[in-house]
Every structure is written in C-alpha cells, then in structure tokens.
Design a protein around this ligand. Structure first.
Ligand SMILES: [Zn+2]
Length: 204
C-alpha cells in the first residue's frame, strides 16, 4: 500500500534511460525467450544473460532497490509456466538481508507469484550457516548444506526455485538438496540472469 502510494508520488524510472514507468523499460531490456540451461540436474531458465542492463539491474537489486525488485519480480512472473505453481526463493545471508532491507531471492519469488495468476510463493528455506563467506571460488563450488528446509507440506510437491543470478548452479543445487530432504520435488529454477560460467557449465 505504502509502496503504491510512493509509486504515484515518485514514479519509478528506468535505471538505464531514466524513462518514467518502470525500473527497467522494455526498450532497454526487451522481453526475450528465456535462456535455458541444465545445471546439476535442475532446468534453469533465465530472463537474460548477466551483462549490460541486466547486470546493472541485479546489482541494483543487491543494493536494496525496491523499484528494481518490483520490476524484476513482474518480469519473472510473466515468464512463469503452468507447472511453476509453488515458488521458493533462495534466501540470502542474515547480514545481507539487514543491509538491503529485504531478501533478494525471496522478494523476487513473492513478487513473481503476486504478478502471476496461479503461482504462490513460500519461504521454506533458511540459511543454516553462512559458509560461503571467506571461501575461494573453488570451495564455494563444492559448498553444501548451506540451507535448511522447512515445512511439513512439501512431500511430493513440485517447487520452482527463484533467485537473482545463477553462476555455477551450486547454490541452486544446495537449496534443492535441502528441499528434497523435506520431500519436495525440485527440477526447475527461474532466475533473472545467467552468467557466462553458468551458461558454459550448462552447455557441456
Ligand atoms: Zn530504459
């Protein structure tokens, strides 16, 4: 409610060309067919490659820009398929959540579900410990058990993971593991952007 009122007073502007209306206009960031890659057995769909205006948008999201989150959430919502009924956002660490004021992945899942017709979002993942911190990239690639799954209603439920960026897919795989331990079926993810590394891995 408050956000809507603020939108009326200060309409969002494109982070690229500053046109009024949305944080990412259709001219600067046109809607394209999603990129698709398979990482760790999860079909990852991405709105765009992680470069140019999309990279700027993801960085703005990480900076806590709510207008950017709203636009990216809408774009993800529009890209959902019929089978994306249950969305689960990837939570960030507690310290990042405090810095941003919201949780990127969970916020995106919530907004995508809100803008879609049939999907719902649930916060079913918790950061068990922030093990990524201070680790080298090689260590992060094999990082496991970063998340804990919650909820007793997951058995046999097919969920779609939601996150901002997919790089190696290790985070998605780790989140999937935590939800599968609760009985969920996790075969799909939708993200805003896919990095080169993520694309190359998927293409192998
Ligand atoms: Zn623009």
């Amino acid at each position: 409610m408050l956000e809507r009122a603020l939108d009326l007073l200060f309409p969002p502007r494109c982070i690229c060309c500053h046109a009024s209306g949305s944080a990412l206009c259709l001219r600067c960031a046109p809607v394209r067919a999603p990129l698709r890659r398979l990482v760790f057995g999860i079909e990852v769909r991405a709105l765009a490659p992680y470069d140019g205006v999309w990279r700027r948008a993801v960085l703005a999201l990480k900076d806590g820009r709510r207008d950017v989150a709203a636009t990216l959430g809408e774009r993800l919502g529009a890209a959902l398929r019929a089978e994306d009924r249950h969305l689960v956002g990837i939570p960030t660490s507690f310290s990042r959540r405090i810095r941003r004021g919201f949780d990127g992945g969970e916020r995106l899942a919530y907004l995508a579900a809100e803008s879609g017709e049939r999907a719902t979002s649930r916060s079913l993942l918790f950061v068990a410990r922030d093990r990524q911190r201070g680790r080298s990239r090689a260590e992060r690639l094999v990082a496991r058990d970063r998340f804990r799954g919650a909820g007793e209603m997951l058995v046999g439920t097919s969920v779609t993971l939601v996150d901002d960026v997919c790089t190696t897919g290790a985070t998605l795989a780790d989140a999937a593991r935590a939800l599968r331990a609760r009985g969920a079926i996790v075969e799909r993810a939708i993200v805003v952007a896919l990095t080169d590394l993520g694309r190359k891995r998927g293409e192998r």
